[in-house]
Write a protein that binds this ligand. Sequence first.
Ligand code: FAD
Length: 410
Amino acid sequence: MPEPAWPAAPDGLCALPATLEVEVAILGAGIHGAALARELTLRGISCALVDKGEVGGGTSQWSSQLLHGGIRYMLTGDIRQMREGLVERATWARLAPHRCRWEAFWMPHRYWAEGLAHRVGIGLYDHWGAERPGWPEALKRGHVLDQVFAADPRSTGGPFRGATAYADLMTWDRGLTKDLAASSEAALLEFHSPESFEIAEEGLRSARLRDRRDGTLRQLRARRWVFALGPWTDGALARWFGDTRKRLRLSSGIHLWFDPVPGCERPWAIRRPKGRILFVIPRDGMLQVGTTEREVADGWVPIVPAEREELFEALVSNLPAIPWRRLPVRAEELGVRPLVAADGATSHLSREAILEKHARFGNLTLVLGGKLTTARALMDQLATDLTGFRCQASRTEPLRLWDGHLPQIR
Ligand SMILES: Cc1cc2nc3c(=O)[nH]c(=O)nc-3n(C[C@H](O)[C@H](O)[C@H](O)COP(=O)(O)OP(=O)(O)OC[C@H]3O[C@@H](n4cnc5c(N)ncnc54)[C@H](O)[C@@H]3O)c2cc1C
């Protein structure tokens, strides 16, 4: 299997020595790899965090940027996963208040009975998610007053008669991932590409890494290995070890960014067919719209016109008062969800994650699937499995800022 194309590495040098030895080597510095590095540091275990690109440069910078229970699970009936997400949402709000912002999302309804169903579902969602550290009292939940709803340009001329507001937490995904890495003492090997592995009886022993910036070779030895390679996992295992078992299904999702539309103050979450949600979210001085689902073959794929068109059609039919097709698209981005392989459409696959012990290498664990929201909890569990230590501080120790600055505007 050929090596996928990767964004060019910047100029720069790495000060790390030619040979490194750690207890745990983590390949992949997305939200899972970075969260695991923090967990191991909290337990006093040495680790290295290796990525072919930069920390948070993969799927973890192209999400919808919500730390949420997932209101759509209310529709698909995946209540256990939703409640786990709601607990984790509160944990993030405590650990990283600087990367979190509470919002009152409006879910609009087309007719009275739908409004009633939304109120019941949202009532439960907000009841199970009652722990909301730092919730601003000025944000109103529940029934949106008719005159407030009418003042939003999205309510004009469309199918909606009113809305119910629920609470959720917005984040800055790339910044959050970088903060997690900065909250660890991991040896950080960004822009390092694993080229080959030394294999011993007990499993993997070392990896030869090439620094993509200046071509320097480094050897990384470790007792235990974790691959958290997101949607690139299957491809990497096939290339490195000839392991061609398909563990993941990949599903792309896009976001479009428009200039802000006056009067669109609150984020909207509009129910669409097949349990999908159309988000229209004012953030960082722009309007973010997403997202879609398309099964794809690789972690790097371009946006196809049909994906863009799907979003425009959903916008025009649901929110016709805004001239979407005449508004310039200021930015567009595509992320690829790593979904745990199963039959059926990717839109119906669970966003759950699996920790898989590799059958051939006893000291290698694979992180498959998952979400931003549950990454800390999952990596807490993995670090406990790897070290035998539980760590209460995982839920309480605030994250450090990676750059000393406040959240980035995107
Ligand atoms: C459109 C979309 C919307 C989403 N919205 C949400 C949301 O609102 N809330 C939520 O909780 N979740 C959301 N998700 C899910 C979430 O973004 C992902 O599940 C999560 O970011 C995956 O993180 P990861 O660490 O597993 O993978 P990644 O972030 O992809 O990290 C994998 C890392 O591995 C590195 N890598 C790959 N190959 C190699 C190699 N050969 N050598 C070295 N390094 C390598 C990559 O550079 C990358 O940095 C969304 C996902 C998508 C696509």
